[in-house]
Design a protein around this ligand. Structure first.
Ligand code: PMP
Length: 305
């Protein structure tokens, strides 16, 4: 497999990164998670330009000056897919700080900002058979909010918080953690947003303490023509206990039903009909070239070349 690193495609085993890279020590990097889907003759990189815009916002939030434009990064993504002959794929751009100063404010040192784009086949984000639903635990982690607004950025270091919450969730037998915000409301899962369904109505927490997920936004867009209004509200754990359906959304996990919250069954414990409809609508959207104007379509000849 090859990774694009600062303008070059390099075999993964030859991608050498210094052990003194600033990001390795302090988590000072920003990244994106993107999926590409095979659709007949084409490969659709779903909402790629939205992901690249968010990467730029994350970089800005960290005070990074991007070395590559969104168009250059789009070309890098296409090159990585083509050179690895990938169709259904997960794509990971990462901007990280190289070696030089190891003081936290590296900007005064001579560190370089490095940019890479890797891709691989990653079928399922969760270990368990998530089609039949996963279990989540609350009370195992908090969503940290930073004064500088960094919680709206995909910053490498902030994922340690989600990692610790996932470990705590697994220790109590759940698949995933739900993070609670400073006001005691549900924020999101560790790498996904959350929706609940009650009496036919869809509800999701605001983005006050959650990442503004691109999949969350996709679901809101898809739900309306299906006749569902989505409200954005504060949700507490008790709301989830009384929900008919709960599901998570994220690029990596897509749409995942949640059938247990803190050991209690959601509804009758089976995947609900609205979750199923939205899952199907999501699969249609990611496989259709023109579902979103920010999709990038790669033709089969370039992949095969
Ligand atoms: N919240 C967090 C913390 C995430 O890391 C992700 C994954 N990017 C999401 C939500 C879902 O975002 P998206 O739908 O854009 O992948």
């Amino acid at each position: 497999m090859k990774t694009w690193i600062d303008g070059e495609l390099v075999d993964n085993e030859n991608c050498l990164v210094s052990v003194l890279s600033h990001t390795l020590h302090y988590g000072t990097g920003v990244f994106e998670g993107i999926r590409a889907y095979r659709a007949g003759e084409h490969v659709i990189v779903f909402r790629l330009m939205d992901h690249l815009a968010r990467l730029e916002q994350s970089a800005n939030a960290m005070g990074f000056e991007l070395k590559y434009s969104e168009d250059e990064l789009r070309e890098a993504v296409i090159k990585v897919l083509c050179s690895n002959n990938l169709r259904d794929a997960y794509i990971r751009p990462l901007i990280f700080v190289g070696p030089g100063s190891l003081s936290l404010s590296w900007q005064s040192g001579n560190n370089e900002l490095c940019t890479m784009v890797a891709a691989w086949k990653w079928d399922s984000y969760f270990d368990s058979d998530c089609i039949s639903g996963i279990s989540v635990a609350t009370g195992v982690g908090r969503r940290l909010i930073s004064q500088s607004g960094l919680h709206q950025a995909k910053v490498v270091g902030t994922y340690v918080n989600g990692y610790a919450a996932t470990m705590a969730a697994k220790a109590v037998g759940a698949d995933e953690a739900l993070l609670i915000d400073e006001d005691g409301c549900i924020a999101e899962a560790t790498a996904a947003n959350i929706f609940m369904v009650r009496e036919g109505k869809l509800c999701t927490p605001t983005c006050r303490a959650a990442l503004a997920g691109i999949t969350r936004d996709t679901i809101v867009h898809l739900a309306r023509p299906l006749g569902f209004n989505v409200c954005e509200n504060d949700l507490v754990v008790e709301d989830l206990y009384g929900a008919d359906e709960v599901f998570l959304t994220g690029t990596a996990c897509e749409v995942v039903p949640v059938t247990k919250v803190d050991g209690q069954l959601v509804g009758d414990g089976r995947v609900g009909p609205i979750t199923q409809r939205l899952y199907a609508a999501y699969q249609r959207a990611v496989h259709s070239a023109y579902s979103f104007t920010s999709n990038v379509i790669v033709n089969r000849e370039s992949i095969a070349a």
